[in-house]
Design a protein around this ligand. Structure first.
Ligand code: TXA
Ligand code: MG
Length: 343
């Protein structure tokens, strides 16, 4: 574990980053912070290195990885047939939480990265440590979130250690991540681009710069096979069953009381505004409802904290699906296996 505090791009003063880069060049895997969540990086040009990511995470091999790059111009080393709107997207949102799915360039990244697909997902992260590491390694890095497959993504080095200690060559601890949810995955191989995974950049922000953007049907209709392979798995789930409630705090409290009478220990996932309404075994707030970004950045930590409270059952409040609320509800619904109760 290398701890890096107050890094502002001055790599000479941080030999830890050079050391981590060397390990990546040796085709080992290293976890590092990005502005969204912690990533588990490996040399994207080496199938041997990439295989270690799948092994460490216990990730199904049909789920492709995102390739991270240090500069915008590296995109053309990895993708071909790049439509004009991509230039606009890159100008507005890179570095940042937007992943672009494009046609893969032959002989670029290894087969394992893309799970055999003809497309490749690419992003330039907006985090000084991630960018310095990419530059020092001088490689494109394949990097999924640095959690065990099925667990909430890690937003602190502690989460990574809890999941992966002993399974990876190193971790750069750069403190808590900012956005807190993963990048938006946008399929740019269609005439009208399609959001395959809502994330840090919202649909509204995308439409402001490139016009119409669609949401993958699978995100709207239950039971549709998603085009982004990663979206079909149960994900982000705490150990106790989670149900999302579309209703008032008073209604949620009646549900809690029923479970409590049955002898169960009950948790409530709420917000600072509403937490005083509840009496339950664990009442955890996830930021401010009036500031959905604060909810995004705390969500995964709160889901992991429920695992330490010994509750048998969790009710969560509902969030409006606007702006980053779209990504919040996407992750919550997955964590809940789509279980919803309406008042
Ligand atoms: O914010 C993020 O994107 C983080 C940080 C570490 O950069 N990474 C991340 O990676 O969330 P991961 O592997 O957990 O999620 C990648 C998502 C999956 O849903 C995967 O199926 C999708 O991107 N994906 C990757 N390549 C794809 C492709 N060629 N076509 C469609 N979806 C793809
Ligand atoms: Mg992930």
């Amino acid at each position: 574990i290398w701890t890096v505090n107050n890094f502002e791009g001055n790599i000479e003063s941080f030999p830890q980053i050079q050391e981590a880069a060397k390990i990546l060049k040796d085709n080992e895997v290293v976890a590092f912070p990005t502005e969204t969540v912690y990533g588990l990086g490996a040399n994207a040009l080496s199938d041997e290195a990439v295989a270690k990511i799948f092994e460490a995470k216990g990730r199904p091999s049909d789920n492709p990885l995102i390739v991270h790059i240090a500069t915008k111009d590296q995109l053309t080393n990895i993708a071909v047939d790049i439509p004009d709107m991509v230039q606009t997207l890159v100008t507005h949102f890179w570095p940042g939480p937007l992943t672009l799915v494009l046609k893969k360039k032959d002989q670029s990244v290894g087969e394992k990265v893309t799970a055999g697909l003809e497309t490749v997902a690419v992003r330039m992260p907006d985090h000084p440590i991630a960018l310095a590491l990419l530059k020092a390694a001088d490689l494109p890095l394949a990097a999924p979130s640095a959690n065990l497959s099925g667990k909430p993504s890690p937003t602190s080095a502690k989460h990574v250690i809890d999941d992966l200690e002993g399974r990876i060559a190193g971790i750069i601890d750069g403190g808590a991540t900012g956005v807190g949810l993963e990048s938006t995955v946008l399929d740019c191989t269609e005439k009208i681009p399609v959001i395959l995974r809502p994330g840090g950049v919202t649909k509204e922000q995308l439409e402001e710069v490139i016009g119409e953007v669609r949401l993958d049907r699978a995100l709207l209709v239950e039971g549709q096979a998603p085009k982004s392979p990663g979206m079909k798995y149960i994900h982000y789930a705490p150990i106790a069953p989670l149900v999302i409630v579309e209703g008032s705090p008073q209604f949620i409290q009646t549900l809690v009381d029923k479970k409590t009478e049955e002898g169960l220990r009950v948790g409530v996932l709420t917000t600072e505004e509403n937490k005083h309404y509840y009496k339950a075994d664990a009442v955890l707030d996830c930021g401010m409802r009036s500031d959905l970004q604060s909810v995004a950045s705390k969500l995964y930590d709160v889901l992991r904290t429920f695992d330490m409270t010994n509750v048998d059952f969790i009710y969560s409040e509902w969030f409006p699906q606007v702006g980053v609320g779209q990504a919040i509800m996407n992750r919550l619904l997955k964590a809940a296996g789509n279980q919803v109760i309406s008042e």
